[in-house]
Structure formats: structure tokens, C-alpha cells
Write a protein that binds this ligand. Structure first.
Ligand code: AP5
Ligand code: MG
Length: 229
């Protein structure tokens, strides 16, 4: 069972890389931000609770997030492995994931940190558009869709996330980077941490992730990064 954690600050490119990597590894992406956004859209009690934190740029409490993630991991399509985008985000979440995997005689195969400096994160989030159907991310200058306002991959409408407003972007960075450092330490201690330079183009980052995974013992399909837009 391959469990790959994609780590990175808000806007680092986790959601851009996760589906590309999923195509190469043949396992699904589980993105807690996407699960929360879909709960918000469906107006469920979980969505209403999560929305208060998301709109304020804060992390959703660990108890809610861990429960959501464990329910998703229990679904049959996750049995052969998953790519985790946006989870774990705190030391408590990282420990909960380790325990859940240990129950299945599994462990995190690799935790890949996509490393990007703060000024570039702000530029990426301020120009981001994502699709309504699946959250596929675009950027108005560095990764525009082929047709304005329409997702290349599923044809759904593109919109800007409410937490990508400049004031909320700043709060997200202030509130979340400390917790990210905790998670990085967790995987450095376990030996699973690999770091890639996220300032490169999307294709180069994908190739660097493949190198990092191979180094960590995760077999990546031959032929290099496929499906890169
Ligand atoms: P979440 O949706 O996970 O947001 P995030 O971590 O803030 O990360 P982003 O989605 O903003 O960035 P990304 O790294 O996916 O970058 P992307 O690929 O889009 O979480 C949202 C909220 O939900 C959180 O704030 C929190 O409230 C809550 N939440 C979620 N998980 C939680 C958890 N585990 N615990 C508690 N709360 C949780 O790329 C960004 C832009 O850059 C795009 O426009 C893209 O086109 C562009 N881009 C990407 N790569 C490149 C490149 N190489 N070169 C140039 N441009 C690029
Ligand atoms: Mg994302």
C-alpha cells in the first residue's frame, strides 16, 4: 500500500501535482480541502462547521478533520494506497494517520514537501481559479485554461476560492505555516521526508516528485510524468 503525503504551504502546488501523480501511481487523491469544500457546497452540518474556519483562513479543528479523513480512507478505492493532499496539517493529525495506517500494517511511504517561498505563494493564490466539479486548479498567467472560465479536464465552470482574497491569504500563511513546520519535523524524524523545489514549472516539479518518490522506494510508472497540462 503506497501512502504518499504531499506537503506544502497554502498555494505551493499540492492540488496541481496530486492528480498528475495519481495518474502515474494509479491510486486516488484524497484532499481534505476538497472534501471540506464539497461538504460546504452540499450544506451538510460538517460543511457548515468547517466553513467558519476555512473562510477565516484557519485550520479546521483536528477532531473534525481526522474523522473526515479516516472515513474517506475506509472506502474500498483507498485500499491499494492514496495520495494525501492537505493532510496531515498538524502534529496531531500526523500521529492519527500513523496510528490508522499501523492498524493496517502500513505506513507513510513518502512525505514530499513542495517548497515555495512566501512571495510566490501569494502570487499563485491571488491568480488562482479552480473548477466547480473537481477543484482542478489554474492560474490566470502561469497555467491558464484553454478556454477562459472553463476547466480543460471536465468542462465545469472556474471560480475563485473565497479564502483566496488577499486578507485571508495573509491569515492562512500566518496561521498555518507554524503547524506545517510541525508536520515537516514529524516526517523528518521518521525518515519519510523528501523536499522538492516547487519554484520550477509544473512539469519540472512533477519530475522532481518522481525522483523523490523513487528515492523513498515508491515505484513510479516508467516514462516520466504523464498527463501534465
Ligand atoms: P486546502 O484546499 O488544502 O488549501 P491549502 O493548503 O491552503 O492549499 P491550496 O489549495 O491553497 O494550495 P495548493 O498547494 O493546492 O496549490 P495549487 O495546486 O492550487 O485547504 C483549504 C482550507 O481547508 C484550509 O485553509 C483549512 O481551513 C481547511 N483544511 C484543509 N485541510 C485541512 C486539514 N488537514 N486540517 C485542518 N484544516 C484543513 O496551486 C496554487 C496556484 O499556483 C494555482 O493557481 C496553480 O495553477 C499555480 N501553480 C501550481 N504549481 C505551479 C508551478 N509549478 N508554477 C507556477 N504556478 C503554479
Ligand atoms: Mg489545494
Amino acid at each position: 500500500m503506497n501512502v504518499v503525503v504531499l506537503l506544502g504551504a497554502p498555494g505551493a502546488g499540492k492540488g496541481t501535482q496530486a492528480p498528475l501523480l495519481a495518474a502515474r501511481l494509479g491510486i486516488p487523491v484524497v484532499a481534505t480541502g476538497d472534501l471540506f469544500r464539497s461538504a460546504v457546497r452540499d450544506g451538510t452540518p460538517l460543511g457548515m462547521e468547517a466553513r467558519r474556519f476555512m473562510d477565516a483562513g484557519q485550520l479546521v479543528p483536528d477532531e473534525i478533520t481526522v474523522r473526515l479523513l479516516l472515513e474517506r480512507l475506509a472506502r474500498p478505492d483507498a485500499a491499494a494506497g492514496v495520495i494525501l493532499d492537505g493532510f496531515p496539517r498538524t502534529g496531531v493529525q500526523a500521529a492519527a494517520l500513523d496510528r490508522a495506517l499501523a492498524d493496517r500494517d502500513a505506513r507513510v511511504s513518502a512525505a514530499v514537501l513542495v517548497d515555495v517561498p512566501s512571495e510566490e505563494l501569494i502570487r499563485r493564490m491571488s491568480g488562482r481559479w479552480i473548477c466547480r466539479a473537481a477543484g482542478h486548479p489554474y492560474h490566470e498567467t502561469s497555467s491558464p485554461p484553454r478556454a477562459a472560465g472553463v476547466c480543460d479536464l471536465d468542462g465545469s465552470e472556474l471560480y475563485q476560492r473565497p479564502d483566496d482574497r488577499p486578507d485571508t491569504i495573509r491569515v492562512r500563511m500566518d496561521q498555518q505555516l507554524g503547524a506545517l513546520a510541525e508536520v515537516i519535523d514529524h516526517y523528518r524524524s521518521s525518515g519519510a521526508l523528501r523536499t522538492v523545489d516547487g519554484l520550477q514549472g509544473i512539469t519540472q516539479v512533477a519530475a522532481a516528485i518522481d525522483v523523490a518518490l523513487t528515492d523513498a522506494g515508491v515505484a513510479v510508472a516508467a516514462g516520466g510524468p504523464a498527463g501534465v497540462r
